[in-house]
Design a protein around this ligand. Structure first.
Ligand code: EPU
Length: 348
């Protein structure tokens, strides 16, 4: 059944805790409910914006002239099971972390490094969430969607969806705002496939029998020390992407930083196997060394142990505070390093 309401407050529907209301709001339980979105009596306001837990979005202050669509569809089933893998179909409304908890508990490998990331499975397929050397797309087989334009269901193989760093075809035309994700197919491994090379993950697991649950527990404890719990401070996780720049630009970046009195000897530079001429820089390092740790704008500020995260300091931050701080950070990092940060968070 599709439930519809008018003027619904969204402070609790976005993890940043921005206050305002959606002119229309609809919740669906079964994929077939999505056909009714186009019925005249639903009076569906355009655009239709499907959200998960609102954990990677910046809502506007005051009012959103759109239909906010939320999935309550969490149906999960095993599609295939052989000696090496199990393939699941998962409803878009299931929290990713709930799925990881259940599958890690039965010893399945693949998504454990993504533990404790907020958001639903459907949102993860849009954003290609990633952490500790693993991306959601690594386990993704296919995505089923309802096409709002053609009013029919369609299934894409993951290979058709242009997955990249925090990116997918769902974030761009012609799929953006057109496809409502209903189900994803995820393939997990029975055989041990640990990814332990990021940071101090391997050393934290020394002496502990290696299971997906042990890795999950280690990841959760690392994330707890670095990132704010939603009960501590509202945030949308990393606010900016780590910038990828041409390796040829490194001398100019170092020169510009030196002119601003910044030492770049310990600047993290990651070489990318799939893009040999490019390097990935650490946005957190650039923000930190750019002197922006502790910067604030109204009630929005950077998180002390991870300045890449913009938080709602006292629960009263407005979207203007957050966007103001983000804009200031972008301008200062550009001025000091000549590197342009781009938001990972989507502004609605
Ligand atoms: N750093 C500083 N100062 C700080 C904190 C960090 O300079 O105060 C530097 C350090 O050099 C550190 C580096 O930042 O080595 C990297 O920090 P971290 O390991 O926390 O990773 P990140 O690149 O900042 C990314 C993801 C996170 C993900 C972590 C762990 C992006 C934009 N962010 O952060 O994802 O959890 O790696 O894999 O890619 C998210 O997307 O919302 C998110 C939290």
């Amino acid at each position: 059944m599709l439930s519809v309401a008018d003027n619904v407050p969204y402070k609790s529907l976005n993890t940043m805790g921005i206050e305002g209301y959606a002119r229309r709001y609809a919740e669906w339980e079964e994929p077939s409910d999505l056909y009714t979105l186009s019925e005249p009596e639903i009076n569906c306001l355009q655009p239709v914006i499907q959200i998960g837990e609102g954990s990677n979005l910046l809502f506007p202050d005051g009012r959103l002239d759109a239909t906010l669509l939320v999935s309550r569809y969490r149906d999960t089933e095993v599609l295939e099971h052989d000696s090496t893998h199990i393939t699941f179909r998962v409803g878009a409304g299931l929290r990713l972390d709930d799925f990881i908890d259940k599958t890690a508990a039965i010893g399945l490998w693949g998504l454990e490094n993504l533990s404790h990331i907020p958001g639903t499975v459907g949102a993860a397929a849009v954003q290609n969430v990633g952490a500790y050397g693993v991306e959601f797309a690594d386990c993704l087989e296919s995505v089923k969607c309802f096409d709002l334009e053609d009013q029919r269901f369609t299934t894409f193989a993951a290979s058709e969806l242009k997955y990249g760093y925090r990116d997918s075809a769902f974030k761009h035309a012609p799929l953006h705002r057109r496809m409502i994700i209903t189900d994803v197919t995820l393939r997990l491994s029975v055989d041990a496939k640990p990814h332990l090379d990021y940071g101090n993950l391997r050393s934290r697991l020394e002496g502990i029998p290696l299971t997906p649950m042990a890795v999950r527990d280690a990841i959760i404890s690392i994330r707890r020390t670095k990132l704010p719990e939603i009960t501590e401070a509202g945030s949308a996780g990393s606010f900016f992407k780590n910038p990828v720049v041409s390796a040829d630009l490194l001398p100019a970046i170092r020169e510009k930083a030196a002119a601003a009195g910044i030492d770049t000897t310990d600047m993290p530079v990651y070489h990318l196997a799939d893009a040999p001429g490019s390097v990935k820089l650490s946005a957190a390092w650039l923000i930190d060394r750019g002197g922006l740790k502790g910067a604030s704008c109204g009630s929005a500020g950077t998180w002390p142990t991870q300045p890449l995260v913009i938080v709602n300091l006292d629960g009263r931050a407005t979207a203007a505070d957050v966007a103001g701080l983000a804009g200031y950070i972008v301008a200062e990092v550009d001025r000091k390093f000549g590197v342009r940060l781009t938001p990972e968070v989507e502004y609605l």
